[in-house]
Ligand binder design. Structure first.
Ligand code: NAD
Ligand code: 4TP
Length: 347
């Protein structure tokens, strides 16, 4: 039973050929304890995916201006956004890129107008949106940054990291949070994108939002180096000495608790993570493989620095699983629960 005062969360269904639409109906069939969920997507597509999976879910389209129906298990309220072309599981079609972006716009508007307390996003496919001609599109995170008119946001993934908790002798925090200094950027461009002002902006956001959304009064953040062994004293790269260290020193003088730059290979071990509230990794595949190894399916992606609540799943469109009903619902559950908790804290 969902309490009537549970927050309304807009759930964008993501790439229509991916697993997003079926995860939405699977969640509605199971029930969502913490939130009143409103899907943003094509009602006929959701109906079709429910039927394909043999799920009894009543799809209930209604206009964004109307109050959402009372939450009930097996009923999925939907703010309708029509597909631009028919969609088939596993088959991408650039014709539907505009549909995917429109679902984001509807959810953003709902959050900004106070009709939703936050948004949760099912996965979209960046490649097909680029193929459709949306030049420069790099994902939800940057799209939300631009739509909300903020200069900078931070991508952070978090998991309960049960893997670490199982280690013998490990008695520290079981939560692993990994934020990224650069996101969807070719590796060749990463070093140039890491600058003192950028690191300062990102670390200020990370510090402030660990306080604001996670209730951590004095966050301790561990910062990775960029190069092997954090540059080996300048012998294996100078970014640690010339960029990361000066940024950290400036922020420490402001009172932020920052460790680093640390060698990423050993930083991501239980003893070094003890007492650390978040790790700032320098690039996507320095931080996310660790997080996903520790908690794939139990993790969520959070955009920090926005004037609204946004969480997402820890996985992509999984085109290979679309339409089979074999996709794991775990991460979407975590993303919804976390968004509800964040919404409860208020902006
Ligand atoms: N939040 C998002 O919108 C988001 C997140 C990650 C990736 N993506 C995008 O998704 C697209 C495909 O990316 P990819 O192939 O690298 O990653 P992917 O996560 O879609 O798939 C990687 C592997 O994980 C499996 N998998 C993914 N989700 C699963 C689930 N819920 N249950 C069980 N198995 C699951 C897939 O079957 C596949 O074997 C890319 O365009 C990528 O940019 C979007
Ligand atoms: N880097 C994320 C991941 O690997 O899970 C992902 O691609 C999501 O990006 P957006 O939330 O910006 O779409």
């Amino acid at each position: 039973m969902v309490p009537g005062d549970a927050p309304v969360l807009a759930l964008t269904c993501g790439e229509p050929a991916g697993i997003g639409p079926e995860l939405a109906v699977m969640l509605a069939a199971d029930g969502v304890p913490a939130a009143r969920l409103v899907a943003v997507g094509d009602p006929a597509l959701l109906d079709e995916r429910a039927a394909m999976l043999g799920l009894r879910v009543a799809i209930h389209p209604f206009a964004p201006g109307e109050p959402p129906p009372a939450p009930r298990r097996g009923v999925l309220p939907v703010w309708p956004v029509a597909l631009r072309a028919p969609s088939h599981p596993g088959r991408l079609d650039p014709a539907n890129a505009g549909h995917v972006l429109e679902t984001l716009n509807v959810a953003i508007d709902a959050c900004r107008a106070g009709r939703a307390a936050g948004m949760v996003t099912a996965p979209l496919h960046k490649g097909v949106i680029l193929d459709a001609g949306h030049v420069g599109f790099t994902g939800h995170t940057e799209y939300l940054r631009d739509a909300c008119g903020v200069e900078e946001v931070v991508m952070m993934l978090a998991t309960d990291s049960a893997l670490h908790a199982r280690e013998a002798g490990w008695r520290g925090e079981t939560t692993l949070r990994v934020a990224l200094a650069t996101t969807h950027l070719p590796l060749r461009e990463v070093a140039d994108a890491i600058t003192v002002p950028r690191l300062e902006r990102l670390l200020r956001i990370l510090h402030a939002d660990l306080q604001r959304w996670f209730g951590i009064t004095a966050p301790r953040i561990a910062v990775c180096g960029l190069n092997p062994h954090a540059g080996e004293g300048g012998h294996l790269g100078r970014e640690e000495l010339d960029v990361i260290l000066p940024a950290l020193e400036g922020l420490r003088a402001e009172g932020l608790a920052l460790d680093g730059p640390l060698a990423a290979d050993t930083l991501f071990t239980p003893r070094h993570l003890e007492g650390v509230d978040a790790v700032l990794a320098m690039y996507h595949d320095q931080g996310l493989p660790v997080l996903k190894y520790a908690g794939f399916g139990r993790a969520a992606n959070i955009t920090l620095g926005l004037p609204l609540v946004r969480t997402s799943v820890d996985h992509g469109t999984a085109l290979d699983l679309a339409g089979t009903g074999r996709a794991d619902l775990g991460s979407l559950r975590v993303a919804v629960a976390l968004a509800a908790e964040m919404a409860g804290r208020g902006i």
